[in-house]
Write a protein that binds this ligand. Structure first.
Ligand code: NAD
Length: 289
């Protein structure tokens, strides 16, 4: 089984991006800037936000972290986003999800200017993606495509199954696979006989958010399996360890290639955010000319 090493792919892309950013700054006297908004005290979100701002700085881009209380009103949060929209030194804005229940995620995401939308979740960017004219692509599905591309795994004409239909992973994932000529089925929590889909697929992207719920029984021999899930169970054999939606250890001598967790899609997702931020800075420059 070929292990699709997202960490290694991310490292190679990181080095290439660092050079591009260095050249861009030297040529245009402009530093790409990302602002990350964290609402509340979710411990996992805090770690993600820290990693994002740290990676940004390591690449030579600027990063601003804005911590807001969990009790913030929609109006006040919108006002903070409006300030960032108007700030010319900020090219990408990201609101860390999930948000506290009283806030409407889609309303907030749509407050971000579409051309500063680092996560590609603004309705305009989602529409462009589905129209086959992508501008900014959501980081996680883009990470999956980049991993497949790196290992020269073609998806054209393949039977692909995406498990999950969220705005952030499942739907854009299906759209990207479709744009590369895969035949795509989208499965979700209401799908009957999930295994009938997965067992006949050549490529399965698992993004159900259910820790270790699929193993060897779910996949055809020789399939390619990409595990998007990230969990840190509080009990059982994997207590306090990172694991995915797939029981990775069961795949050896069965599937042809698979991503591990940790070290698969996760590190590449941050890298794609960095690439999106740089792209937004390039777009901003092009618009100002
Ligand atoms: P979500 O909860 O919004 O969506 C989960 C989807 O899976 C839903 O569409 C649901 O219908 C489907 N689903 C749930 N149980 C199912 C089942 N038993 N059978 C079939 N479908 C089922 O989650 P999300 O935001 O899309 O994230 C999915 C997973 O990916 C989570 O574990 C999340 O932590 C992880 N994630 C990882 C990264 C990364 O960087 N690697 C980024 C985002 C999300």
């Amino acid at each position: 089984m070929l292990i699709l090493d997202g960490k290694q792919v991310a490292r190679a892309r990181f080095e290439r991006l660092k050079v591009k950013i260095f050249d861009f700054k030297a040529k245009y006297s402009m530093t790409p800037g990302l602002a990350v908004i964290l609402v509340g005290e979710n411990p996992a979100s805090k770690v993600y936000v820290h990693n994002k701002t740290k990676t940004c700085n390591e690449l030579g881009m600027s990063s601003t972290q804005i911590n807001l209380p969990a009790t913030i009103s929609q109006q006040d949060l919108n006002a903070r986003i409006a300030e960032l929209n108007a700030d010319r030194s900020i090219h990408g804005i990201l609101v860390q999800l999930p948000l506290p229940k009283h806030l409407s995620e889609h309303k907030i995401l749509d407050e971000i200017l579409a051309r500063k939308d680092a996560d590609g979740l603004h309705i305009e960017n989602q529409g462009l993606l589905w129209a086959g004219r992508p501008r900014i692509i959501p980081c996680t599905p883009n990470a999956v495509m980049a991993i497949l591309e790196h290992y020269q795994i073609s998806v054209a004409s393949k039977r692909a199954v995406v498990i999950g239909r969220s705005q952030i992973v499942g739907k854009p994932m299906a759209s990207l696979l479709l744009s590369r000529d895969a035949s795509v089925s989208i499965c979700h929590s209401k799908t009957k006989d999930l295994l009938a889909y997965t067992r006949s697929a050549e490529l399965v992207i698992v993004a159900a958010g259910q820790a270790r719920f699929l193993g060897r029984e779910a996949f055809a021999k020789g399939a390619v399996v990409v595990d998007v899930g990230i969990h840190r169970p509080t009990s059982g054999d994997f207590a306090n360890k990172l694991c995915g939606d797939v029981r990775f250890e069961e795949l050896e001598n069965w599937v042809s290639a698979a991503t591990p967790v940790p070290g698969g899609v996760g590190p590449m997702t941050i890298q794609m955010l960095m690439e999106n931020t740089f792209r937004l800075a390039e777009l901003s420059l092009a618009e100002s000319k």
